[in-house]
Design a protein around this ligand. Structure first.
Ligand code: GRF
Length: 197
């Protein structure tokens, strides 16, 4: 491994955590110089928490209280994250929108992966919408998080050709595989840029 320190990251999830797992595996395979300081889920039953525990990564569950204002939730999240000295906050299927103060606090240090070729198809149900529109290609994007949802500067994309008669489920699986390769690759690129002379 390099003499330069690994990227210190926290990963935020809500569900399966397959992107989290891909990042863990890339670190274990020494393809990515990063250290996951903690994993935070806003759902106590998120499957991804198991991946983190199996790799002995610290986990936190932070569920929103009923009718809790976004700002209050975000403050609680900041309180946990600020216990760590982080280079990046990595959103990997974290199904909450983060507010102004949170985004300002981690200015330019929050990354997200989105299942479309941004700026096309921000928002939900991208695979269905891409198929309905008769697109020829689709893919995924890693971008910096800004206040406009799914709209920050693009750091990397991976694309595929849509197969004839493809179902949304099949397309989703294939895009997921691209995501698992793209996210670690973009993170390693950021590490390299950090220490480039
Ligand atoms: C991925 O499709 C990602 O693009 C989107 O949420 C999904 C998370 O999947 N932001 P997983 O929890 O990493 O399996």
């Amino acid at each position: 491994m390099s003499a330069f320190p690994p990227l210190a990251i926290a990963i935020l999830i809500s569900g399966k955590g397959s992107n989290l797992l891909a990042i863990i595996k890339a670190i274990e395979a020494k393809q990515l110089n990063a250290n996951i300081l903690c994993v935070i889920s806003n759902k106590s039953n998120a499957l991804g928490l198991e991946h983190a525990k199996r790799s002995h990564i610290i986990t936190h569950v932070l569920e929103a209280e009923k009718n809790e204002p976004r700002e209050i939730y975000d403050q609680r999240l900041i309180k946990i994250l600020d216990k760590y000295t982080l280079d990046y906050v990595i959103l990997a299927g974290f199904m909450r929108i983060l507010g102004h103060k949170f985004i300002q606090h981690y200015n330019n240090r929050i990354l997200n992966i989105h299942p479309s070729l941004l700026p096309h198809y921000p928002g939900l149900n991208t695979h269905e919408r891409v198929l309905l529109a008769g697109e020829k290609e689709h893919g995924c994007t890693v971008h910096c998080v800004t206040e406009e949802v799914d709209a920050g500067p693009i750091l990397g994309q991976a694309r595929l050709a849509i197969e004839p008669g493809e179902t949304p489920e099949h397309l989703q699986q294939r895009v997921h595989r691209l995501e698992h390769n793209l996210y670690p690759r973009v993170l390693q690129q950021l590490w390299r840029q950090r220490y480039a002379t």
